[in-house]
Structures are given as C-alpha cells and as structure tokens.
Ligand binder design. Structure first.
Ligand code: ASP
Ligand code: MG
Length: 417
C-alpha cells in the first residue's frame, strides 16, 4: 500500500487535477491519496475569517470569489451539469457561509478551525467524484471522523490510540483499492473540526502511512525533489538524491519548505521511506528519504529562514542568567507558541532568534522589558549551512552583516542582515 500526498499547488486548477489523475493511473497498488485545499484556498479562508470578524463589507465578495473559483474547476471537470457534485459543493458552501457569518464560538481559534477546514472538504469531494467519473473508482473518507484530536484548535494533537482503531477500520481496502481523503484536518471528540497546523497535510500522509504500515509515502511537488537550496533565494541548486530521516528533520526544522517538520517522525518510527517527486515530471526519481547512515553527497545544503528577530537580554543588575531565569523565559515562549530557532548565551546575557510574528513579538518584548535590559533587531535572516565548507560560507555571507556565527561539526548558522 502506498500513501500519496498532493499539496495545494498540485491541484490549483482543473488542468492540475487532470494531471493528478494521470499520475494516479500509473500505479496499480492499493492507494491512499491525501489532498490539500485547492491552490491558496486556506489563505483565502483565513482572510475571509479576518474580514468577517471586523465586519468588513467586502467579506461577502471574497466569499463569492472563493465559491466561483471552485465552481470554475467543477464546470471544467464535469461535462454533465446534473452531476451530483454541483449540489454537494453548493451545500458545503452554504455550511461554510453559516459558519462564517452566523455561528458564534467561545474563541477565535475554534471558529478558525470550523471555517478553514472547508478547503480540504471542497477539494477532496471534487477530486474524488472526478476520479470516479474517469473510472478510477475510489472511496472518499471524511478524516474528521478518523483523526481524533484534542481541542487545541489550530494545532490539534492526534489521539493515536483512538485514531489507530478508526483508521484501520476506515481504510480497510475491502471495498476499494483507492481511498481519497483530506490532509491537515481532524475532528475533536466533541465533534468539532480541528486543524493540525498550517501546511500539515504532509503530516496527515505520514501518520496514515505509519498506522497502516505503508510500503512508502510519496509527496508530489512542483520541484524535481529536495534541492540543496531554495531556488527562490539561491542561484545554483542541485537535487539531492537521498537523505537520512535525521538530515531531513534538520532541514525541515531550519526552514527548508519542502516538507513539514512533523512528517518525518511517524515515517522514521516504522522505517517507511518517503519520496519527494515532481508532479510536473512524474518519471523523475525525486529524492528518497530513508535510514541512510551517512551524508555522502558532497554538496553543502543551504537553508534560509527570513523575517527573523534577534533578541538579547541582559539582567538589569548584572546577575547571572541562570536556569530559573531561562526556564521562565522559555515557559513564556512556549505558552505563546513562539518558535525559537537559535540560542546563544554568555554568563550575563542570552540571545535568541525567533520567527517574527508581529503582535506576539511586540507583547513578548513588552513582557521582557520588565525584567531585563533588552536589545533587538528585526528583519534578519537565519542562514543554515549543513555540511559546510569555508568556500560555501564565504560565498553566501560575503557582503552581509553577521550578528551571530555559530558552528558545530556539520552545521553552521548565521544570523545575518
Ligand atoms: N491547506 C493547508 C495549508 O495550506 C494544509 C496544507 O496545504 O498542507 O496550510
Ligand atoms: Mg497548502
């Protein structure tokens, strides 16, 4: 059994959905296909929600635009105007309208999940019905009834024991060879929709692969595989043939956007290889992630994380920053879900580099000012070079102002402007 994952870019229009069909046709294995929302639908739903909270009048226009975008794809894919999918999606959009404009919830985060989870419901219903009319018979699964989570809305944690039982039952391959389901979303025990964190569909695919002991998982992307640098920021890039799970976790953690950092653990735990392949060139071999012992590709890997903030704290009375103080600071960061990407300390100071999430960082700074003298810089970049050489470092840091230079045996980090 194989698990496939198709992200938003791979299903952003009717042509790409047809391309998905062609890819799936090449395989005769039992298959679970995990799909994200069409294109940038999740962002659009987030915007809709923001607008509706402030009661902005053009909210309803945005809603209609999102609806037309979906119906344009449906019309292109389904020549029969009486196909039931037209009604089904109409009904789902009506449910979405009620969630956005009528329902009230105790918190923004609960409402967020009820609204944003519709993206994957739309896309998977449409694709499942399309594959069916193309004689690729498949069963649509509502993963909200399978992935049972806690109610940490927007960052829900899966209850593995419950989910295992439900997944084995729902994906039994007794009535179908192909299942199609949603990435990114789940459901709480109370019956609300939840989401697993932005870009979380890779993780869904990995969890399903783990529970159902897949032979492998394939993530279909618009790049030929995992490259040694992001072509958006670096001129020369090369594809990496293979990577160990550990290496892949390091890359994902430090900001390589190809795979979600949470994806690797469920696969590694069961030794399931993960392939990153191109949906544009499905013949290509892509990159294989597996239990490789050593990195043997003689290529430095460059990862750039933008929009970083470097904060340095100094105690007002020159006392040492000791464990108690550190734990207080980290407690705060963890409670506010602020991700720390790098730390450096001395006897009387600590510096850390975080993702700059405007509101949260403002509050953080206000909070820290009470106890510390504080210096900070924003709009910095965190550059990580795995398997670095002096040349590689020179090439990418020359003409840049370096705030922190931190090197270990295989990895160099630079906070730069
Ligand atoms: N559609 C969701 C998002 O854009 C999940 C995903 O694409 O993986 O975050
Ligand atoms: Mg997406």
């Amino acid at each position: 059994m194989l698990v496939f994952k198709f992200g938003g870019a791979s299903v952003k229009d009717a042509k790409r959905v047809r391309n998905l069909l062609e890819i799936v046709k090449r395989f005769s294995d039992n298959l679970i296909i995990v799909v994200s929302a069409f294109g940038k639908t999740t962002n659009a739903l987030e915007e809709l929600l923001e607008l509706s909270v402030d009661n902005t009048p053009n909210c309803i226009n945005k809603f209609e635009t999102l609806k037309s975008y979906h119906f344009k794809i449906i019309k292109d894919l389904f020549p029969d105007e009486n196909h039931i999918i037209f009604n089904e999606i109409e009904t789902e959009f009506e449910k979405l309208r009620v969630e956005i404009f009528e329902k009230q919830y105790d918190s923004y985060d609960i409402k967020y999940d009820q609204v944003v989870s519709f993206g994957e419901i739309f896309s998977t219903k449409i694709i499942s019905a399309f594959l069916n009319i193309q004689k690729l018979s498949n069963k649509w699964i509502d993963i909200r009834k399978v992935f049972i989570t806690d109610d940490t809305y927007r960052e829900a944690k899966i209850d593995f024991e419950l989910t295992k039982v439900k997944a084995k039952d729902s994906f039994s391959f007794s009535e179908s060879k192909i299942y199609l389901t949603q990435g990114f979303i789940g459901g709480s025990e109370k019956g609300f929709s939840t989401t697993l964190g932005r870009e979380g569909s890779d993780y869904t695919a990995a969890v399903l692969a783990n529970i159902l002991d897949a032979e492998k998982a394939i993530v279909w992307k618009d790049v030929e595989g995992i490259l040694n640098a992001d072509p958006q920021y670096f001129e020369e890039t090369e594809k990496l043939e293979k990577l160990s799970y550990q290496e892949a976790v390091e890359l994902a953690y430090f900001g390589a956007k190809v795979i979600h950092p949470k994806t690797l653990k469920p696969l590694h735990n069961k030794n399931i290889p993960l392939f990153v392949r191109s949906f544009i060139d499905p013949e290509g071999e892509g990159t294989k992630i597996d239990s490789f012992k050593k990195y043997d590709q003689n290529l430095p890997i460059f990862i750039l994380k933008k929009d970083q903030m470097l904060i340095s704290l100094f105690p007002k009375d020159l006392s040492f920053i000791i464990e108690d103080e550190l734990s207080k600071i980290f407690q705060y960061l963890s409670e506010h879900r602020i991700k720390v990407n790098l730390i450096q300390n001395s006897a009387i100071s600590i510096s850390f580099c975080i993702d700059n999430a405007n509101n949260k960082t403002k509050q953080l700074i206000e909070r820290l000012k009470k106890d510390y003298k504080i210096l900070y810089n924003d709009r910095l970049e965190l550059l990580t070079i795995r398997h670095y050489s002096v040349d590689a470092i020179e090439k990418v840091t020359k003409d840049r102002k370096i705030y922190i230079d931190q090197r270990s045996r295989h990895t160099a980090h630079f906070v730069i402007k």
